[in-house]
Design a protein around this ligand. Structure first.
Ligand code: NAD
Length: 513
C-alpha cells in the first residue's frame, strides 16, 4: 500500500507503532484483549488496538469526572477557542486522516477527505455557537421579579459510533458537547478502531498545548460490551448512539431504564420519488451516487427508487446504462467509483439480500456478485445490483447495508408515491425529483414525507452540517449537528430572582404569618 501513501499517513497521525503491530489504543488506560484492524481495501493488517476493561473504564471515568470540574468553569467562548484550534489541526492533518478513513473503512479517498471536511465545518459552526448558547428572558407575574432560563453543561457525554462514518459522527457530537461545557467519552466502532486513536491523538495534542486535562476527550475501545459500560452508567447523563436500529432499541431501553437521555441516529431505508416532471440527468446522477457511493454503506444511501409508470422504462434503462460505467476497485485510486464493503460479514448479508429478493419474486436487472482476482484479494468487493421489487417485500422493508437498489413503480398522483415512500419502519432521508411545484410542495407538506430529511431535486445522501441531522420512527428521533441540536448536550434551568423586600407568591397565593 506504500504507493497510496498509507505508511506516511499513519506516521503523520502518530500511528507508526500500530503499523508495526504494537498494541496501542486508549492512550493510557486500555489493557484488555487486542482488536486487529484489517483493511477491507487489500485485506492487510493495519494495526492493533487494545480494548478497555471494566477497570480501565473506571480510570477513564475518574479522569473525565475530574476534567469536567475544570472544563465547565471555562467561559464558553474559551472552550470555543480550543475547538477552533482542533479544527486548525484537522486542516493540517486532513489528507492523512482522510486516507486512513479510506483505508480502514473502505470509502473512496474523496469521501474520506469529505468526512474530515465535515469535522472542520462542525468545528467552525461550534466556535460561533460558543458565543451564543442562549436561553430566554420571560416576564414574571410578580412585581420586582426577573425570570429567565439558562443552559448548563450535562457532564460526561457518552458517544457510541458506527463504522461507516468513523470520524465525522464523533466530531458532530463532541465539538458541540465541548463548547457546551461537557466532557466526552467515545467508543468508536470495533471495525474502525484506528480512526478513533488517530482522532484522540489530534485532540490530545491540542489539550496538551493548552495545559488542559486530556479527560476532556476520552477514548474507550471494544465491542458492544464496552458500549454497555456507558449505557448502564448513571454517571453518563447522555448517550449519543449511532448505528443499527437493533442496537438503538437496546441502548434506548437500557438508558431509559436509569432515566438517562439518549440521542439515537439509526438505520434508514431511503427513497427517491421520480415523477413524470423529473429531470432525467439529475435523477440518474442522484440515484446512482446515492445507491453506490460508499458501496451503499451510508445511513442515507438510496435503497428505493419509486418511479412513475409513465417514465419507468426510460428511467430504468438510463440507470442500468449508468451502472455499466461503474468502476469497482481500490477506493484510494481516484479512478474507481465503488470500493469494498467493510468486511466479509457484510458481503454475506449482501448475498443473502439478493437471494431473498429473488425468493420473494423480485427481478434482478443488474446482476450482483462478489469479485475475486487481482485487486480484490480482501474478498470484500461486490458488484452494485438492481432489482425490480415491491415495497411489500420483507427484504425491501429492511435496511441492507450494501449497494442493492430496488426499483418500485407507482401510478396516478404523487400522493401514491409518498404513501409508498412512507410505508417502511425507518424515517431518515427522502427525496423527490420533480420540476412540478405542486408535487414538490405536496412532498414537503404535512401529509408529505415523514422523514427527518426531505429533499427536492437532490438525492438522499450528503447532508450539510448547518441543518439538524437525523430521522424519525425506527431511525430513532435524534438530531445532531446544526440548527439547535446543541440543546440536547445541556440541561435547562429556569431562574427567578426577587429584587424587592417582599415575598409575593406565584398564582396570587396568600400565606401570612
Ligand atoms: P452497529 O449497530 O452494529 O454498531 C454501532 C455501534 O454500536 C458500534 O460501536 C457497536 O459496538 C455499538 N453497539 C452495538 N450494540 C451495542 C449495545 N448493545 N450497547 C452499546 N453499544 C452497542 O452498526 P454498524 O454496523 O457499525 O453501522 C451501520 C448502521 O449504522 C446502519 O444501520 C446505518 O444506517 C447506521 N448509521 C446511522 C447513522 C445516522 O446518523 N442515522 C449514521 C451512520 C450509520
Amino acid at each position: 500500500m506504500t504507493d497510496f501513501g498509507i505508511d506516511k499517513a499513519l506516521q503523520e497521525l502518530g500511528l507508526q507503532e500500530v503499523n508495526k503491530g504494537t498494541s496501542t489504543g486508549n492512550l493510557h488506560f486500555s489493557s484488555g484483549d487486542i482488536i486487529e484492524s484489517y483493511s477491507p481495501v487489500d485485506g492487510k493488517l493495519i494495526g492493533k488496538v487494545s480494548t478497555t476493561t471494566k477497570e480501565d473504564y473506571e480510570k477513564v471515568m475518574q479522569t473525565a469526572t475530574e476534567a469536567f470540574k475544570t472544563w465547565r468553569t471555562k467561559p464558553a467562548p474559551l472552550r470555543g477557542e480550543i475547538v477552533r484550534q482542533f479544527g486548525e489541526k484537522l486542516r493540517v492533518k486532513k489528507e492523512a486522516l482522510g486516507k486512513l478513513v479510506s483505508y480502514e473503512m473502505g470509502k473512496s479517498y474523496q469521501e474520506g477527505l469529505g468526512e474530515v471536511q465535515e469535522m472542520i465545518d462542525i468545528c467552525d459552526f461550534a466556535v460561533g455557537l460558543s458565543r451564543q448558547l442562549h436561553g430566554l428572558t420571560m416576564h414574571s407575574e410578580r412585581p420586582g421579579h426577573r425570570m429567565y432560563e439558562q443552559y448548563h453543561p450535562l457532564g460526561i457525554v457518552g458517544i457510541i459510533s458506527a463504522f461507516n462514518f468513523p470520524v465525522a459522527v464523533w466530531s458532530w457530537n463532541t465539538a458541540l458537547a465541548w463548547i457546551c461545557g461537557d466532557v466526552c467519552v467515545w467508543k468508536p466502532s470495533e471495525k474502525t478502531p484506528l480512526c478513533g486513536v488517530a482522532c484522540q491523538n489530534i485532540i490530545a495534542e491540542v489539550l496538551r498545548e493548552n495545559n488542559l486535562p486530556e479527560g476532556i476527550s476520552c477514548l474507550i475501545n471494544g465491542d458492544y460490551k464496552v458500549g454497555e459500560f456507558m449505557t448502564k452508567d448513571t454517571r453518563v447523563p447522555l448517550v449519543s448512539a449511532t448505528g443499527s436500529t437493533r442496537m438503538g432499541k437496546i441502548v434506548a431501553s437500557e438508558v431509559a431504564g436509569r432515566l438517562g437521555k439518549s440521542l439515537l441516529e439509526l438505520g434508514g431505508n431511503n427513497a427517491i420519488i421520480v415523477t413524470p416532471d423529473s429531470d432525467l440527468k439529475m435523477t440518474v446522477i442522484g440515484a446512482v451516487f446515492g445507491a453506490v457511493g460508499t458501496a451503499g454503506q451510508r445511513c442515507t444511501s438510496t435503497r428505493r427508487l419509486i418511479i412513475h409508470e409513465s417514465i419507468y422504462d426510460k428511467v430504468k434503462n438510463a440507470i442500468v446504462e449508468a451502472y455499466k460505467q461503474l468502476r469497482i476497485g481500490n477506493p484510494l485510486d481516484e479512478n474507481n467509483h465503488v470500493g469494498p464493503l467493510i468486511d466479509k460479514d457484510a458481503v454475506a448479508m449482501y448475498n443473502k439480500a439478493l437471494e431473498k429478493v429473488v425468493a420473494e419474486g423480485g427481478n434482478i436487472i443488474v446482476e450482483g456478485g462478489v469479485l475475486s482476482g487481482e485487486g480484490y484479494e480482501s474478498g470484500c468487493y461486490v458488484k452494485p445490483a438492481i432489482a425490480e421489487a415491491s415495497n411489500t417485500f420483507e427484504i425491501v422493508q429492511h435496511e441492507t447495508f450494501a449497494p442493492v437498489l430496488y426499483l418500485l413503480k407507482y401510478s396516478g398522483d404523487v400522493i401514491n408515491a409518498i404513501e409508498i415512500q412512507n410505508n417502511v419502519a425507518q424515517g431518515l432521508s427522502s427525496a423527490i425529483m420533480t420540476n412540478n411545484l405542486r408535487e414538490a410542495e405536496a412532498f414537503l407538506s404535512v401529509a408529505g414525507s415523514d422523514c427527518g430529511i426531505a429533499n427536492v431535486n437532490i438525492g438522499t445522501s450528503g447532508a450539510e452540517i448547518g441543518g439538524a441531522f437525523g430521522g424519525e420512527k425506527d431511525t430513532g428521533g435524534g438530531r445532531e449537528s446544526g440548527s439547535d441540536a446543541w440543546k440536547i448536550y445541556m440541561r435547562r434551568q429556569t431562574n427567578t430572582i426577587n429584587y424587592t423586600t417582599d415575598l409575593p407568591l406565584a398564582q396570587g397565593i396568600k400565606f401570612d404569618l
